[in-house]
Design a protein around this ligand. Structure first.
Ligand code: COA
Ligand code: HC5
Length: 635
């Protein structure tokens, strides 16, 4: 029944004759289309373990554009040693295959631990993405509250589909996708620990939460969003409740307890224990953690020119602008925070550990569509219970933790440079007309832009979805290939004929698309190599030399960390660089334009988000011009 990984299913509980992961067990309610989710999940294939020789070969090939000849020769020797018959590689491969037979997904749990819960940098900028929605049509407190009420109603509308298991199953290239991540994003929260964090998901408890948390002027509230009969509050009821929250939090000098969540995880882990020593604080924190999501009703943001307004909104969504602005009006551990400003700005920030961007974007697309519909039922609001203010007792110790967190977030906010651009000359339409994959076209343009700035190629990461497999997360598309290197080197060379440029472009685009196909089919190299390394640790064996090699470190030093996140709504997503001297690049290709958010750190003199943005625009334009100059027959 469970395909190739059916032998032992760990962490499973029996429910009505079938098995599901323990953490997904939910009581079956009368409204739920019982088992729909489960039977879909059961039909999904398990993530394969690629053949060892294939990964070794592909690893060496992937190094070609980023390692020099000597490095490559040395690495080739290490790889040969690793993969030889009876060697360490074979032993680890067998261990990994065994793990794959005894788990639902050999990678997912390792990945969540390593990429997120054991990663100790602040979640802010370093891990949690921001999402900027188009500016909405309001400009004052009343408009902010009205919109926020609609937004809550829209999320609850989406939640009904989650609760009833009636979400339409998504697919990629006609193949159904794993839907598990949708069940992880609401009512969940990250909890800081001393060495590693954890995630709690209250949606799976016997009494799932009925409230959201709201923050305004750095003060937190618990707002029940369901009536006692289980029906969600209507928009006018929600509006009334939000008004009550705003009136009860007029004080402007409240201690910004939420700013603690912006800290380095080890520091926050320690401060957390100090914070929850107090019973009131513990209860307040628990109410936030349990809430369905957090709504941040933001205060003012810096005044900027029209041209800068999208970049400024990206800052607001990514880190809140520092302690002087809205960074304290957050609980960054919360999986999902919606952010609504007074000036029509709105968007979200999400803690990445439980899910990738696409399910969050699908939820937000639904919410935006919902907010555009006229208001439906109206109900009397007078008898609703007062939203509960979540109090915090601030001891001198906690006060000093807050001050330290303020200093750190201000440094981080000051260091981050972010540039949002709308590339308006074309979108997916142009590459499609030239029979090229739009995503590959954009990635090749990024390679050209980087080469033009630095005269070299760099290790480049693009997220590929593994959701074709049960509990699948991501693998890496290595966008710097030998084909892209040949293209970028030839493109600005005056002796290269246009025909040759176009030919090299087509080859680079094809190479990228073929790497993408490999990755989404579970045959890329990065997660497999990681798995082999972790298997060595698990079996208490020595770490293979290929992982101690400086080239391996170089291959993982992603100066370009990129991700395509498409959406129906014309929005832009953003995240920080993953290395101090790198760029974060998130893009949303629409039919006739492309939204980009580029980030870099000011402390690195070599990087500049604005310069990269300009270079990408130039690269896209020049690539189109080359295509248009080529004779039609060629296309
Ligand atoms: N000629 C004409 N059209 C083409 C084409 C070609 N040679 N190749 C592709 N297209 C079309 C596709 O049919 C598709 O059409 P649509 O707009 O009607 O859907 C469109 O162009 C886009 O395809 P492409 O640009 O190749 O990209 P993709 O949609 O397959 O996406 C990835 C590629 C890597 C982004 C995707 O596979 C993926 O993994 N996405 C998830 C990434 C993710 O999780 N990000 C967030 C991480 S938190
Ligand atoms: C709102 C969606 C933002 C996208 C976030 C994203 O792409 O995260 C990547 C996840 C992964 O596993 O590839 C990581 N990255 C930001 C470092 C590219």
């Amino acid at each position: 029944m469970w395909g190739i990984c059916s032998r032992t299913v760990v962490g499973m509980a029996k429910t009505g004759g079938s098995v599901r992961p323990q953490h997904l067990v939910k009581p079956v309610s009368a409204t739920r289309v019982a088992g729909r989710y489960l039977s879909h999940q059961k039909g999904l294939p398990c993530l394969p373990v690629p053949p060892l020789q294939q990964t070794c070969e592909r690893y060496v090939t992937a190094l070609e554009p980023i390692a020099d000849a000597d490095e490559l020769m040395h690495t080739k020797k290490l790889v040969e040693e690793f993969q030889k018959a009876g060697g360490l590689g074979e032993r680890l491969q067998k261990g990994l295959e065994k793990r794959a037979r005894s788990t639902e997904n050999w990678l997912s749990e390792w990945w969540v631990q390593l990429a997120y819960l054991e990663y100790r940098m602040p979640v802010v900028v370093h891990s949690s993405p921001g999402l900027v929605l188009p500016r909405m049509d309001f400009n004052d407190k009343l408009g902010q509250i009205r919109f926020a009420a609609k937004l809550i109603a829209g999320v609850l509308d989406f939640k009904t589909m989650i609760d009833n298991e009636t979400l339409p199953v998504e697919n990629m290239g006609g193949k159904p996708l794993c839907m598990n991540q949708y069940y992880e994003v609401l009512s969940s929260c990250r909890i800081p620990g001393l060495k590693r964090d954890s995630i709690v998901n209250h949606a799976k408890s016997s009494q799932p939460p009925k409230h959201i948390s709201v923050t305004h002027n750095f003060q937190f509230f618990q707002l029940d969003v369901y009536n006692s009969d289980g029906t969600p509050l209507t928009e006018d009821q929600l509006r009334h409740q939000l008004e009550r929250i705003c009136s009860a939090s007029q004080e402007m000098n409240a201690e910004p307890v939420g700013i603690l969540t912006t800290q380095h995880r080890d520091s926050w882990g320690e401060a957390y224990l100090r914070l929850i020593k107090d019973k009131t604080n513990k209860e307040s924190v628990a109410a936030i953690q349990k809430s369905i999501f957090t709504l941040c009703l933001d205060g003012a943001t810096p005044e900027v020119t029209q041209e800068m307004s999208r970049s400024c909104a990206a800052v607001q969504m990514l880190h809140g602008g520092g302690s002087r602005w809205n960074s304290g009006n957050r609980w960054f551990d919360k999986t999902l925070q919606f952010i609504v400003g007074e000036d029509g700005t709105c968007g979200a920030n999400y803690e990445h550990a439980p899910a990738e961007g696409p399910p969050i974007v699908a939820l937000i697309d639904h919410v935006v569509e919902y907010t555009r519909k006229p208001e439906t039922a109206r109900s009397p609001a007078a008898s609703l219970p007062t939203p509960r203010k979540l109090h915090f007792n601030i001891t001198p110790e906690i006060k000093s933790d807050i001050e330290e967190a303020k200093r750190s977030i201000d440094t981080l906010a000051g260091d981050l440079d972010i540039k949002v651009i709308v590339f308006s000359h074309f979108g997916k339409n142009v590459p499609k007309a030239h029979k090229m994959s739009p995503d590959a076209f954009i990635q090749v343009a990024l390679q050209l832009a980087f080469y033009r700035l630095y005269r070299r190629c760099c290790a480049t990461y693009e997220s590929a979805s593994l959701r074709m497999y049960r509990l699948g997360r991501t693998d890496t598309i290595r966008s710097a290939s030998s084909a892209s290197a040949s293209f970028v080197k030839a493109f600005d060379n005056p002796s290269t004929q246009n025909m040759e440029k176009v030919d090299l472009m087509e080859k680079a685009v094809k190479a990228h698309r073929s790497y993408t196909n490999m990755a989404i089919n579970g045959q890329a190299i990065d997660r497999h190599l990681l798995g082999l390394k972790l298997q060595a640790i698990e079996e208490k064996l020595s770490i293979p030399e290929i992982f101690k090699d400086s080239v391996y470190t170089k291959a993982l030093h992603y100066q370009l960390s990129t991700s395509q996140v498409p959406s129906k709504t014309d929005c832009v997503m953003c995240f920080g660089p993953v290395v101090p001297d790198g760029y974060g690049v998130c893009y949303n290709p629409m039919n006739d334009h492309i939204n980009f958010a580029m980030s870099s750190f000011n402390t690195c003199e070599e990087t500049d988000a604005g310069r990269l943005a300009q270079a990408v625009e130039g690269a896209l334009m020049d690539m189109r011009a080359a295509l248009e100059r080529a004779p039609r027959a060629k296309l």
